[in-house]
Design a binder for this molecule. Structure first.
Ligand SMILES: Cc1cc2nc3c(=O)[nH]c(=O)nc-3n(C[C@H](O)[C@H](O)[C@H](O)COP(=O)(O)O)c2cc1C
Length: 223
C-alpha cells in the first residue's frame, strides 16, 4: 500500500489552484479548440472524486454539436428572462448586465447528471441527496483540474431541469445536475467576477464557521 506525503511546495500549489480557480463566462472564452488529451485529463479528475458507497453516480455528456448548444442556449434565455424578474429595480438592471453563461462561446460543454439507483447504496440510505452531492464532488474535481491546466470552466444553472433532461434524452433515472462550459480563456481574474462587479462580497470567516453549536455564535466562534 502506497503512502505518499506531500511537500510544502506542493501544498502551496494546491492552495493557489483553489484560490485562483474562477467561474468563467462567455466574454472570456477563446475559440481555440481544447485538445482531446486535455479534456480527458479534466474528465479523469472528475472520475477520481469521492462518492457515497463508491457509487460513482455521475454521468457526463460531452457536447460539441452546435445545434444542441443552441437548444441549451434557448433554455437558458427563457429561464434568464424569468430570473431577472426576481430582482427589483437597480438590482434587476445590474442583473441584466451580467453575462451568466458561455454556452455558445465555449468549445466544449459538459452536461452532468446524477444516475439514481433502485438498489440500496451504502451511506445513502438516510439522506438520498448525498448521491447528488457526490456528483457535485466530481464537478469540483474537474473545475480544479481545469484551472491547473489553464482551462476556464463556467457552471450554468439557470436552466430548466425537465427541459434539459428532455433535450439530452435522459432516462427517468438520470437527473440533470449541472451544465459546464469549458475552453481556453483570454484571462483569469484573481477574484470572482461577481465580486469585481459589486454584486456580492466574500464573507468573513466569522460569519461562516462556528464552534460547538450555532448558539455559541458571538462568544466562541472560530477565527
Ligand atoms: C452550484 C453553482 C451554480 C452556479 N451557476 C452559475 C450560473 O448559472 N451562472 C453564472 O454565471 N455563474 C454560476 N456559478 C458561478 C458562481 O457565480 C461563482 O462560483 C461565484 O460567483 C464565485 O466565483 P468564482 O467561482 O470565480 O470563485 C455557479 C456556481 C455554483 C457553485
Amino acid at each position: 500500500m502506497g503512502h505518499r506525503e506531500f511537500e510544502h511546495h506542493e501544498q502551496r500549489i494546491l492552495e493557489e489552484i483553489m484560490r485562483l480557480r474562477r467561474d468563467v463566462r462567455g466574454n472570456r472564452f477563446l475559440n481555440t479548440p481544447l485538445e482531446e488529451q486535455v479534456l480527458d485529463q479534466i474528465l479523469h479528475a472528475g472520475l477520481l472524486a469521492p462518492s457515497v458507497g463508491f457509487s460513482q453516480p455521475w454521468r457526463i455528456i460531452d457536447i460539441r454539436n452546435r445545434e444542441t448548444k443552441q437548444g441549451v442556449a434557448k433554455i437558458f434565455a427563457e429561464e434568464n428572462t424569468e430570473a431577472a424578474k426576481q430582482f427589483e429595480d437597480q438590482r434587476r438592471q445590474q442583473y441584466q448586465q451580467l453575462k451568466l453563461e458561455g454556452i455558445l462561446e465555449a468549445p466544449v460543454n459538459l452536461a452532468v447528471f446524477y444516475q439514481h439507483s433502485d438498489e440500496a447504496i451504502l451511506g445513502q440510505t438516510s439522506m438520498p441527496v448525498v448521491g447528488e452531492y457526490s456528483t457535485v464532488c466530481a464537478i469540483q474535481n474537474m473545475w480544479l483540474m481545469a484551472r491547473a491546466l489553464n482551462v476556464g470552466m463556467g457552471w450554468v444553472s439557470i436552466l430548466d431541469r425537465k427541459k434539459m433532461e428532455a433535450l439530452l434524452g435522459a432516462s427517468r433515472h438520470q437527473k440533470f445536475v449541472a451544465y459546464l462550459c469549458l475552453g481556453y480563456v483570454d484571462k483569469f481574474y484573481d477574484q470572482p467576477e461577481l465580486e469585481m462587479r459589486g454584486w456580492e462580497q466574500r464573507k468573513r470567516i466569522e460569519e461562516l464557521i462556528f464552534r460547538d453549536s450555532f448558539s455559541s455564535q458571538g462568544s466562541d466562534t472560530c477565527t
